[in-house]
Structure formats: structure tokens, C-alpha cells
Design a protein around this ligand. Structure first.
Ligand code: COA
Length: 351
């Protein structure tokens, strides 16, 4: 099917007032995996660009990663927990089937504000940003959007076709209304006609876990890698082009492209088809692997920490994931920190 766009949201005067990230301490290199799987550093690097990934400890869960990233984002924003009005956690690997992970993060932060999960797989953070900016448009003061994942928990460690691809981590952003910044337009879409392209078949209401599931391993992630690859490139290109067209922004005016970090070849193919110079694409997949909904906020934080974002920069975010789901948006970068009266930060950037 030809990739087409489905949803477009207007640009909103929203600033990412703070960013935060958390990566578990344990690093697993390709050579480590080659000790236990029939694979090699060379195969993994040339097919995916991945060199290493972080893996959570046995006593950690998704909410622990989310909490660490959230605390950092709140500090960065100069926002207190009392100022938050909502928390959105994008994850496809929640702590529990019930309840959601966001209420657990909220409790750990010490707040009872609106808190709920968004599951759009690897596109989850883009969906979370859209939800967060919509909440701000209808009266929220400060929304914490987190992408947090522990894919290592739902990957069969003995399945080399997926075990080498994923990593664990979390990234977070505090969204506040700010006329000098902008978030959007958004293009989000979903095509659920062929979920088995990338899924964990069992473990939900369609096929609850039983002894047969556990023996067969159908609660683990499986995918048709080639189909996922082709769809990822087509959807991210079409979705990115849709937001550029909607915003009237030329591709040469994109200062930094932060795409979902699934595979270096996917990022390069998307960049080439859109006409974004390779130098403008920020890459973390080599160090993080595919961290699903955490990958975009982790990469955005990494780009900021690497000094790649300057006030007024146009940043293109784009992601693709199971569902299928996809999403893109533009972001006019403004430095993090508490809101300041217009004209006092010296950036001179307009919304
Ligand atoms: N190490 C060594 N060999 C491996 C391997 C591994 N980790 N995983 C698979 N192989 C083998 C396959 O068994 C196959 O062997 P065969 O030819 O004897 O059957 C061979 O390598 C080629 O497999 P193929 O699937 O054709 O490789 P590919 O070049 O298409 O790359 C992916 C596979 C998974 C890297 C690629 O399809 C991809 O990146 N897909 C997108 C995945 C993704 O990003 N998913 C998440 C999206 S959110």
C-alpha cells in the first residue's frame, strides 16, 4: 500500500522546558551477544549500525527508568512536581498489564495528577507529545511526557533475529505553554491490518499466557524484518514530508533530524529520500540499540547534550513502530529551563 498521511494537528505554542534521560548501567556489546548467540559484531553492525545497548537490572522495571528520566527533566525545566498537571507515559512494556505505568511514576514523584499510558509502540513518544500539547491547549499548565521501555523483558534472548536489535532506557520532556517556541504540526497514523508484522502474539486477551504459550514462546516479540524495514522507511518519509508541507518548511531548513533509532540504515534511507544531509541526522542507535518509545526522547536529549541544538533551530522528529504506527512533528527548539518573560533570554527567536 502507498504510504499516506492520516492526521495532522496544528502547531502549538509549546516549549520543551526540560529534557531528561536514563540508561541502565549494564552495557551489552555485540561481542557479548556473540558469546551466547550465533551472531557477530560484523553482522549486527553492518545490518543495523548497533554496537551496544543498555539492559536493565533484574530488580528494575519500566517505571524505575521512567522515574529517573522524569526527575532529570523536571530538574532541567526548573519545574516542581506541584507545578505538573499531567503525566503521560509512552510504553509498550508496562510494569504490569494492570494498572498503567504512569500512575506508578506519579506516585513515586509524589503527585495525584492525571496520569495515563499511551501505547503506540516505537511511535509512542510522538503520540505522547501530541497528547501533551493537546492537554496544554485545553488548560493544562505543565505536562510530563515520558517514553520508557524495557524491550529486553519481551525479547527471547535465544532469538538472534530480534535479540540483537533492542535496548532499554527512558527519556522525558516537560511541556509548557510558551509563545516563543512551537511544537507541531503533527502527522500521526496507524494501520492495524497486519499486526503480526511486529508483535508479541500472546500475553493479552486474545491469547492469554498458558503452559503452551510459555513452551512455544509466543509471548516474545517476533517480526518480519524485511517488511518492517520497508514500511518504516516509507511511513517515516511520507509522515515527515506531510509535516514539512503542512508547516511550509523546506527540508533544507531542517537543522536537526531526530528519527526513531531502530536501525542506522533506516535512518540513512529516510534522510536520503527526504534530502536531509547525513550530518543533520542525530544518531544514537549505535550506543542505545532500538529503545522503542524511549528512542526519540533519548536521542533528542543526547543531541541537546552534544550541543547540536541552538535556539530557534527547526527540529524534525519522526518515528515508526508496531501497530503499525507512525508519527512526525516539527519542534522549534528553545533552551530548557523555567519560563522567562519574552525578550529576556536573548534568543530573539519567534514562535
Ligand atoms: N546474526 C547473524 N545472522 C542473522 C541474525 C543475527 N543476529 N539475524 C538474522 N540472521 C540471518 C538470517 O537468519 C538470514 O539467514 P538465512 O539467509 O540463512 O536465512 C540472514 O541473516 C539474512 O537475514 P535477513 O532478514 O535477510 O537480513 P536483513 O539484511 O534483512 O536484516 C534486519 C535483518 C532485522 C536487520 C532488517 O530486516 C531490519 O533492520 N528490519 C527492521 C527491524 C526493525 O527496525 N524493527 C523495529 C522497528 S520499530
Amino acid at each position: 500500500m502507498t504510504a499516506s498521511t492520516t492526521t495532522t494537528g496544528r502547531s502549538q505554542p509549546v516549549r520543551l522546558a526540560g529534557l531528561g534521560s536514563y540508561l541502565p548501567e549494564r552495557v551489552v556489546t555485540n561481542d557479548d551477544l556473540a558469546q551466547v548467540l550465533d551472531t557477530s559484531d560484523e553482522w549486527i553492525r553492518t545490518r543495523t549500525g548497533i554496537r551496544e545497548r543498555h539492559v536493565l537490572a533484574s530488580d528494575q522495571a519500566t517505571s524505575d527508568l521512567a522515574l529517573a528520566a522524569a526527575r532529570q527533566a523536571l530538574d532541567d525545566a526548573g519545574t516542581t512536581v506541584d507545578q505538573l498537571t499531567a503525566i503521560v507515559v509512552a510504553t509498550t512494556t508496562p510494569d504490569h498489564t494492570v494498572p498503567g505505568t504512569a500512575p506508578l511514576v506519579a506516585a513515586a514523584l509524589g503527585t495525584e495528577v492525571t496520569a495515563f499510558d499511551v501505547n503506540a509502540a516505537c511511535s509512542g513518544f510522538l503520540y505522547g507529545l501530541r497528547v501533551g500539547s493537546s492537554l496544554l491547549a485545553t488548560g493544562d499548565d505543565a505536562v510530563l511526557v515520558i517514553g520508557a521501555e524495557t524491550l529486553s523483558r519481551i525479547v527471547n534472548p535465544a532469538d538472534r533475529s530480534v535479540a540483537v536489535l533492542f535496548g532499554d532506557g527512558a527519556g522525558a520532556a516537560v511541556l509548557v505553554p510558551d509563545e516563543r517556541a512551537s511544537l507541531g504540526p503533527f502527522d500521526l497514523g496507524a494501520d492495524g491490518r497486519d499486526p503480526s508484522m511486529l508483535w508479541a502474539e500472546a500475553g493479552g486477551s486474545r491469547t492469554p499466557v498458558d503452559a503452551e504459550v510459555l513452551t512455544g514462546g509466543s509471548h516474545f516479540i517476533t517480526m518480519r524484518g524485511g517488511d518492517v524495514y520497508r514500511n518504516a522507511v516509507a511511513r517515516m518519509v511520507a509522515s515527515s514530508q506531510a509535516v514539512l508541507d503542512e508547516a511550509g518548511v523546506k527540508v533544507e531548513d531542517v537543522d536537526v533530524f531526530v528519527g526513531h533509532q531502530a536501525n542506522l540504515r533506516i535512518l540513512e534511507a529516510v534522510g536520503q529520500r527526504l534530502g536531509i544531509p547525513a550530518d543533520n541526522t542525530h544518531v544514537t542507535v549505535d550506543r542505545h540499540g532500538n529503545t522503542s518509545a524511549a528512542s526519540v526522547p533519548l536521542a533528542l536529549t543526547d543531541a541537546r547534550d552534544a550541543g547540536r541544538l541552538t535556539p530557534g533551530d527547526t527540529v524534525l522528529l519522526s518515528a515508526f513502530g508496531a501497530g503499525l504506527t507512525w508519527g512526525s512533528c516539527l519542534l522549534t527548539w528553545q533552551p530548557s529551563g523555567p519560563a522567562r518573560p519574552a525578550g529576556t533570554d536573548g534568543s530573539g527567536a519567534a514562535a
